[in-house]
Design a protein around this ligand. Sequence first.
Ligand code: HEC
Length: 106
Amino acid sequence: MTRLALFLTMVATIFFSVAACADSDKDTTAALLQGGEQCETILQTSCVQCHQLARICQKVGDKDKKSWLRTISRMVNKGARLSNEEQAVLADCLASQAEGVKKACK
Ligand code: HEC
């Protein structure tokens, strides 16, 4: 009986450490998504209705974050659909030439 309890404790310990690992994996993925793929997705879903990505890509490197925010809000006025948060994230990515921007512009 004690052995069984010990065994169960071990199983529980292993189970919880695996679960903890899975959790920290999720955090890493979320961080990667933030910096990279989220911007790729935003570009490909919210910025291609009216013109090609090339129109945006040729300006990458020219504009700073403030200038991108201005451009993006001009696009929103024309009808682009992005949340405020997406606008801020995208301006960040475009200004810093994040991985997701490079991928979208390849
Ligand atoms: C509703 C249509 C529409 C959508 C959606 C749209 N744009 Fe535009 N965009 C335009 C039009 C029209 C022009 C050309 C006229 C102008 O520059 O105002 C343009 C021009 C541009 C230019 C070149 C001019 C400049 O200021 O450098 C950039 C860069 C640009 N868009 C970025 C974006 C980004 C980033 C997105 C996604 C957040 C986006 N656009 C989504 C309509 C749109």
